[in-house]
Structures are given as C-alpha cells and as structure tokens.
Ligand binder design. Structure first.
Ligand code: G4P
Length: 533
C-alpha cells in the first residue's frame, strides 16, 4: 500500500460524533457502554467523574475537585470492528458552557439521548439547534425503556414538530417499564428480547421471528403486546417516513432507536446501525474552497482552549480537529492567524481514560497540543505553502450576565489582562456599555459555573479579587445591520445596549417578549443569535 492509500484508509474508518442530551437522560451511561464494546474501558462506572471516579481531564483545577465534577469536555477514542471512533463529550450539568456548543463544531454527527419518560428537555433543545445549524446527521437514542415511558408515537411527534425533522424508528419498543419485553428490529424483522432473566447483563437474546409467527410471538411477549406490535408496525410501514440515507446524512431525517443504556439493551445494535449510516470525516470549507478530508495535506482548526492544566506554568492546551490528511509529530506546520511556522508540541490524544502523547493522527481525530498563548478559537493550522483559513467558530449567545469590577482599585492592569485573556480563551464573553465612562465590565456566560471559574482564575492566576453583581438579562442578540442608528432604537426600559471588544453592537434582553418588542417597534432591525466575526 502506498503512503497515500494508507492515509485514505485510515481516514475512511474514522467516525467522529458528539453525544448530546439534557442532564440525566443517560449520556454518560450510553458513552460508557459504547466504550465497553470497544474494549476501551474494563469497568462500567468509570466514565463519570463524580466524587471518586477518575476523569480524563478533571485534575486540573481545585474547583473541579471541590465540586466533584468536570468542567471540561473530553474526547474519547476507541476501536470497534475496524472503525476508529472518536466520541466528543459535551459537558451538560453545571459545567454546561460555550465549550459545549463549540465541541459540536468538531463533530460530523450527533447522537441525541432522550429520556423516554421526559421527551425533549431544555438542553436537548439548545444543543439540537447548533447541530441543525450545521446540518449534521442526528441519531436519536430514546433511553430508559425499562421504566415507565411516554408513548413512542408521542415522542416521535414531539421530535418532528419541535425540531422540524423527520423520524424513522429503526426499532420499535414492545411495552415499557415492568412490561418491557424488548424491541422489534425493523430491518432484520427480528425481536431483540429483554427479560428479567437478563437484566443488568449483556446477554440479550435476538429471536428471529416474523410478525406472522403469532404462536411463537404470543409465547414470547404475550398476546396483547403481540397484537399491539403488529398494529404499530403496520402503521409505521404504511404511514411513517420512508428510510432514505441521503435524508439522514443531510440532517433532515433522524433514525430513532429505543433501548436502555443502563441495562445495556439495544446499545450494540444501535452502534452497528449507527456506524453504517454515519459518515467518515466531512469536508470543511475554507473561503470558497472545499477541503477534502482525504487530501494528503494536513489541516486542522482549533475549537477549544483549556487553560492551566499545569498551574505552575501558565500553559494552555489547544484542542484541534483534524480536517484533512495526516498529522505527524515531528513536522513543522503553519499557523495561519499567527503567520508562523511551528512544531505542535506535546501532541496528545485521549484514549478513554488516558492521555497519551501521539506520533500521528488523521482527519477526523482530535488532538490537544501545548499552547504557549498563541492560539485562538477558530484558528487554522495547515502545511506550509497551503493557503487555507477555515470558517471561524461562531460566538454563541450567553445566557447569564453579571457586572464585574475589581475590589482593589490599584489592580487595574492585572484585572484587564486577566479578564481579556480568559475571554480570549473563550471561557467568558466580555461587553461594555458604550459612552458611559463606567469601568465595570459586563461578563456573559453560557453556564453559570463559568462565573466561578472566572473568579477563581482571576484570583489564583492574576491576584485580583472581584465583586460580581448578577444582571437580570437572559438573552442577547447581535445587531446585524451595521448602518442602524443604535441611539434611535425604540426599546423597553429593561433592554441594554452593549458592545463586545470587537465593537459589535449587542442588545441584552430580559425576555423574548422584549426581543419581539424591539423587532416590532424598529422596522428593519435584524438580530442574530450567533456571531461569526
Ligand atoms: P447523563 O450523563 O445524561 O447526565 O446521565 P447518566 O448516564 O449519568 O444517567 C442518569 C441516571 O439515569 C443515572 O442514575 C443512571 O444510572 C440512570 N440511567 C441511565 N440509563 C438508564 C436506563 O436505561 N434505565 C434506567 N432505569 N436508568 C438509567 P443515578 O441514580 O442518577 O446515578 P448512578 O448512581 O446510577 O450513577
């Protein structure tokens, strides 16, 4: 095999996806079961960084230790049946932050975990929006069928009406809760049986039987459930969406799987179907150029910067998604925004729980490299002589705001430097009120924990104590029209006009009602939820 063929083969077997969910839907449990299949972890219960468990990146900050949670998202790589799989974890609990959104920029598809009793929840909604913006394929795993669940029809209808996508159930649940008997695989026309006997183990019986084999089915799942199943399948085949892989790949049709992650039920069939349907690394755009992932030339973009892994040095790790070609440890690459050739130092990858220095990596992979403070989110790295610049990562609307000032008035320089650096890493966004002469900085974050991170880091790294005052705003919109005279805007009294550090105009609102007011009272005003500058 030539070197080029090896590169293509390696890239083609990569699958890079994010798992998204509202807290407690079962994302961690599902991830863990997926890793078990890949042999990446031996023990269930080791993914979550609760108080005792070790988390891949959780030892970098005391704040994390105190709370027993992980603030940072991680990437896990494992092998399964010839595929090389990269799972991007999207932090969800209190550690929900802009990083969670940015991680989705590095994924080629998303798996959305939904609690069968709850349906769509607020965080699912927010994350879905970002996936939809990128038109990436979305696979749905409806979890916890071993508990009382809402009707599968209702759940699918909710997905369709709220998210505006089609759904195609790959399997169909037979009962739920105490009565949960398993799922019917529509493609194989076989029943995957779940019974008390197998609870908590991975020995699940796949029973080949068509819906016409009534006697066998009656024995297996009972007469009533058999009849319901036959009716359901007839209805789905007749009235449901047709399966169309192109629609799936365009993000318009979501294949739906029912199962129970905790019981490891339906996880392996999900993984198998998923791997067949999802795609190898997707092309990315650079200006009007499409960068083919199979191109032998290395290129990547930075989607996350993690500060102070080692507190003794003020170092950072820049995580980048490889978009094309092969990364080699000892080669020199070109940092487009910095205009400099450089070697990417200490390249590392996370293999389930372990962080390892790597010598090579391929398109689809995520690597973390030592960052002496030169990278920013969205930066492009490529081979020398290539002229590439990947589309930047949007700035996402923060949802919590506070005004922040230093306690010690003498520490102005440290305060400004610290807050600007932390903003540059993308942990917070900073705004100011134009023409007021007020020195306060308005800080916006996606998850409230980032306020504590800011406070902690300003004190421990820059020696600055701050006073923080919560502000009542919940929504922010960028003003799209550059020619609009902001002074003339007709706004509710509780709407605030601010600017970001690039001078973009934004409006802070306390409710969506106020946004509607602004749009209605100011003809021609255009507002944006993301910013791409
Ligand atoms: P998350 O990452 O989405 O936040 O959810 P996580 O996997 O931590 O699961 C949340 C809770 O739901 C956990 O229980 C987990 O055991 C449970 N769970 C996950 N999948 C299933 C399922 O298929 N069926 C049932 N019945 N429960 C499920 P916990 O008590 O909060 O935590 P733990 O003490 O079990 O860790």
């Amino acid at each position: 095999m030539t070197a080029d063929q090896t590169i293509t083969k390696e890239i083609q077997r990569r699958r890079t996806f994010a798992i998204i969910s509202h807290p407690d839907a079962g994302k961690t449990t599902l991830t863990e079961k997926l890793l078990l299949y890949g042999g990446a972890i031996q023990l269930a219960g080791s993914v979550k960084g609760k108080a005792t468990a070790r988390h891949a990146v959780s030892d970098w900050m005391e704040l994390e230790k105190q709370r027993g949670i992980s603030i940072t998202s991680s990437v896990m790589q494992f092998e399964y049946e010839g595929y090389c799989i990269n799972i991007l974890d999207t932090p969800g609990h209190q550690d929900f932050s802009e990083d969670t959104y940015r991680t989705l920029m590095a994924a080629d598809s998303a798996v959305m975990v939904i609690d069968a009793a709850k349906g769509i929840e607020p965080q699912t909604r927010k994350l879905f929006k970002i996936c939809a913006m990128r038109h990436i394929p979305i696979f749905t795993f409806i979890n916890k069928l071993d508990r009382e669940a809402r009707s599968p029809y209702e759940l699918m209808e909710e997905l369709e009406t709220e998210f505006g996508i089609g759904t195609y159930p790959m399997n169909w649940p037979i009962g739920c809760g105490q009565e949960f008997k398993g799922v019917y695989d529509r493609e194989k026309q076989a029943i995957l049986a779940f019974n008390e006997f197998h609870r908590g183990q991975s020995k699940i019986r796949a029973i080949e039987c068509t819906l016409d084999e009534t006697e066998k089915l009656d024995e297996l799942i009972g007469h009533r459930l058999r009849e319901t199943l036959a009716d359901d399948i007839e209805l789905l085949d007749g009235a449901g969406y047709d399966f169309d892989i192109e629609e799936v790949r365009a993000g318009r049709l979501s294949p739906v799987f029912f199962g129970s992650a905790l019981n490891n039920f339906g996880v392996e069939p999900f993984l198998e179907h998923f791997l067949k349907m999802t795609m190898p690394p997707l092309p990315r755009t650079s200006g009007d150029q499409i960068v083919d992932p199979m191109d032998e030339h290395f290129s990547a973009f930075v989607f996350k910067i993690q500060a102070n892994m080692n507190k003794a040095h003020r170092d950072r790790i820049a995580f980048m998604r490889i978009c094309s070609g092969k990364f080699e440890r000892d080669r020199e690459y070109f940092h487009v925004q910095g205009g400099k050739a450089l070697r990417l130092a200490q390249p590392q990858q996370l293999m389930a729980q372990d962080r390892a220095i790597i010598n090579e990596a391929y398109a689809g992979d995520i690597i973390g490299v030592f960052d002496p403070g030169i990278f920013s989110i969205g930066d492009t790295i490529c081979e020398k002589g290539q002229s590439l610049c990947f589309e930047g990562i949007p700035t996402f609307a923060p949802e919590h705001f506070a005004s922040v000032e230093r306690v010690d008035t003498m520490k102005r320089k440290q305060f400004e430097k610290g807050i600007q650096q932390i903003a540059q890493e993308g942990a917070i966004q900073i705004f100011h009120e134009p023409h007021t002469g007020v020195e306060e900085v308005i800080v916006g974050v996606v998850g409230v924990l980032q306020f504590e991170v800011l406070e902690y880091r300003l004190k421990s790294e820059y020696g600055v104590d701050i006073r923080r005052r919560a502000m009542p705003y919940e929504l922010v919109r960028w003003v799209e029209n550059e020619d609009f005279d902001i002074h003339k805007l007709n706004l509710t009294s509780d709407t605030k006009w601010v600017q970001d550090f690039k001078g973009n105009n934004l409006l802070l609102f306390t409710s969506s009602w106020c946004i509607n007011w602004a749009l209605q009272k100011n003809e021609g005003l255009r507002l944006r939820e993301f910013n791409r500058d």
